[in-house]
Design a protein around this ligand. Structure first.
Ligand SMILES: [Zn+2]
Length: 455
């Protein structure tokens, strides 16, 4: 088929106009398969139309091939079959690809300039869209005293949506986490109430894992404080927490107590496949307490990170039906080059481990949305923000590392192709949304050389 896409730039500005009436041709053989070229028109009731994808939207019970998703004014307009390409300013062929809500990563660290931070944050926009992620939830990098700085510097200046758990230690994720005198319940609650659209709960982490207990550093000081904040604000809390044997006259600090007694339904344990968590017993069986906790509505979140995803725990757990409620990365400066990389890479590990794709999507979209009381996110309902992931599922031989220096083999891999955030294409390295270069007529800006001359 002959290519007949014509583009010209208006004198006024930026819109690419197409004079073609919809003639298309196949792209050159892409590694990702043959698709039709993007169709671009001057007008149309939709801004973008994603044509012919396999839509998985668990919130709306959709798992169906050959579906179209229409976007206008940054929102989802319609999901259905045979929505005409001529109704869109830009019709993008996504046949052979999956189309799902943009992913919600329940655990990241994106407050870049926290003084004394025990880790290193990442720049949110640089590591979100690459992995299909459109909402990042910062897991307690900031506390009540540093939250406004976080909001001003990062949250308000990022294209990806950033929500946050506030650390119960008022300075944030610094050495203050070791000092119960910094656990300011009142300030944490007041901060959450001042920013109800951003703050989704409270966080504790890293507290007193090996040092001897004393009258200040009691076993449950952080858990008791964060639970009180959670109850007062009516918000969930997220635990990063270590079990310990009895010592200094204090009784054992057990995982069972945390997940079945100290916590409320809706609270979250992040890092639940970590080495220090009793996931698999001596008999090779899943700890029955975690099933009981899941039954009471306690949430187990991946929090992969640099130390919390061990195949020795993951595979037997998944085989016996103990599967994370939500998938998250715990992205920080020490895992972006592996073993985490980004959200879709962690999702690939679940798919490769045999968890059905639809469930993996649910664990990365509507489930985390509900956990943080933002059910307006993580779905493709009409009127929802047009946060969309478009990806391929590759079949072949793939290997995936864990956080303890081992790997697992699998035969699937998810490969992100395009991410839309609020209706805007933020990630498209394979050019689904742009024309073939030879189709752009001479005289277009594309053909301007470095000296500013048109060819
Ligand atoms: Zn973390």
């Amino acid at each position: 088929m002959k290519r007949r896409n014509f583009f010209k730039r208006t004198m006024a500005g930026s819109a690419l106009l197409s004079g073609a009436a919809g003639m298309t041709a196949s792209s050159p053989a892409l590694a990702q398969g043959q698709r039709k070229d993007v169709l671009i028109r001057e007008s149309g009731k939709y801004d973008i139309l994603l044509k012919g994808g396999h839509v998985i939207d668990p919130a709306n019970n959709i798992n169906s091939k050959n579906m179209d998703v229409a976007v206008s004014d940054g929102k989802i307009s319609a999901v259905g079959r045979n929505i005409p390409s001529k109704d869109a300013k830009k019709a993008i062929d996504v046949s052979g690809l999956y189309v799902t809500p943009g992913f919600i990563d329940l655990h990241v660290h994106v407050m870049f300039n926290l003084k004394g931070f025990v880790g290193r944050s990442i720049i949110a926009d640089d590591h979100s869209f690459t992995g299909g992620c459109t909402t990042m939830v910062d897991a307690g990098t900031a506390g009540a005293l540093s939250f406004e700085q976080f909001k001003k510097n990062e949250i308000d200046n990022s294209r990806v949506r950033i929500l946050a758990f506030v650390n119960i230690a008022a300075p944030g994720m610094t050495e203050a986490e070791q000092d119960p005198r910094t656990y300011d319940i009142q300030k944490a609650v007041a901060t959450a109430q001042s920013y109800p659209d951003i703050i989704v709960g409270f966080k504790v982490a890293h507290y007193w894992t090996t040092k001897p207990y004393d009258s200040l550093h009691t076993p449950w000081a952080n858990v008791d404080a964060v639970e009180e904040a959670g109850r007062k604000a009516g918000l969930p809390v997220m635990f990063d927490w270590f079990p310990r044997p009895a010592s200094e006259g204090y009784p054992m600090r057990s995982y069972r107590e945390l997940i079945l007694e100290k916590s409320r339904p809706g609270d979250i344990y992040t890092h639940h496949y970590a080495r220090h968590i009793p996931v698999i017993g001596e008999d090779g069986k899943v700890n029955p307490d975690v099933f009981k906790a899941q039954k009471r509505g306690f949430i187990f979140d991946t929090g992969h990170g640099a130390g919390s995803f061990v195949w020795r725990n993951v595979i037997p757990a998944i085989e016996q039906g103990f599967i994370s409620d939500t998938i998250s990365t715990d992205l920080h400066g020490k895992n972006t080059n592996g073993p985490v990389i980004n959200m879709i890479h962690v999702m690939s590990k679940y798919v490769a481990s045999g968890v059905p794709l639809e469930r993996v999507i649910e664990m990365s979209t509507i489930k985390p949305a509900r956990v943080i009381n933002h059910p307006e996110l993580g779905n493709l309902s009409a009127g929802a923000s047009a946060d969309i992931a478009v990806f391929d599922q590759l079949k072949g031989d793939f290997e995936y590392t864990d956080t303890s220096g081992a790997k697992e083999r699998g035969n699937k891999k998810l490969m992100n192709m395009m991410t839309l955030s609020g209706g805007k294409v933020e990630f498209d390295p394979y050019g689904l949304s742009v024309p073939y270069w030879k189709d752009i007529p001479k005289g277009e800006d594309y053909w301007v050389n470095q000296s500013g001359q048109f060819f």
